[in-house]
Design a protein around this ligand. Structure first.
Ligand code: DX5
Ligand code: ZN
Length: 228
């Protein structure tokens, strides 16, 4: 089985005045990658940061941490080259934000980044499916994108299960409201890349939370491989 359990804290819920040290702290607590939420105040009703911040973060944390850029922006084409130059590793864009996903996938690959394709809760998984063989990761949003700390949407799990059944080796990420209370549902459905913001960052013991999330997902992956 090609995929493994990976936990990516979303630093949106951290003290944004100390982003560099928060990223280092998450890596030291066992994070497998960092999920960085870019919002433009247009695709979603909130603003965060762009490529200049990513460039500074890269300098601050070194070459190793994997940056998964969650691009909640209206014109994702515009930021591919700047994000690659800033040190992003994966460019995860929303299918709802572009009329030409195929061309964007090509541009992201040419820029040397991995490709993530995200769907909002109102978007069906059938809209993502035609692209699944060309991407590195599918992101099934489990909240409406825009804010951390929202309630996990159980009813997104059939999308994850369907994707897992159709694309057995695809990386499948979930994002929004995921923590110790909801991880079992994500793991059973077949997600393997787990974004967790407030549940990890807000915890007194982020290391234990990250470890617990990874264990639950790894056990589900193992069970699936035995059942095959
Ligand atoms: C929401 C973002 C998420 C968010 C997750 O639009 O995409 O990455 O930070 O935070 P929690 O885990 O608190 O829902
Ligand atoms: Zn996100």
């Amino acid at each position: 089985m090609a995929y493994s359990a990976k936990i990516g804290p979303s630093i949106l819920s951290s003290d944004l005045s100390c982003l560099g040290s928060e990223c280092v702290r998450m890596m030291e607590c066992g994070a497998d990658y960092l999920h960085l939420d870019v919002m433009d105040g247009h695709f979603v009703p909130n603003l965060t940061f762009g490529h200049p911040m990513v460039e500074c973060l890269r300098k601050s944390v070194g070459q190793d941490p994997f940056f998964d850029m969650h691009m909640m922006v209206s014109r994702p084409e515009q930021w591919v080259k700047p994000m690659a130059a800033a040190g992003a590793n994966q460019y995860t864009f929303h299918i709802e934000s572009t009329t030409n996903p195929g061309n964007l996938i090509k541009e992201i690959k040419e820029s040397g980044m991995k490709v993530g394709l995200a769907i909002k809760p109102g978007t069906t998984v059938e809209e993502l499916a035609p692209w699944a063989n060309q991407i590195d990761m599918a992101l099934v949003m489990t909240v409406e994108p825009g804010f951390g700390g929202q309630k996990f949407m159980d009813d997104m799990m059939p999308k994850v299960s369907w994707l897992r059944s159709q694309f057995p080796s695809l990386d499948i990420e979930v994002d929004g409201g995921v923590g110790p209370d909801t991880i079992h549902k994500c793991a059973e459905a077949g997600a393997n890349m787990i974004v967790s913001g407030s549940a990890v960052i807000g915890s007194d013991d982020p290391r234990s939370v990250i470890s617990l999330l990874r264990t639950v997902v790894a056990e589900a992956i193992q069970k699936r491989s035995l059942d095959r």
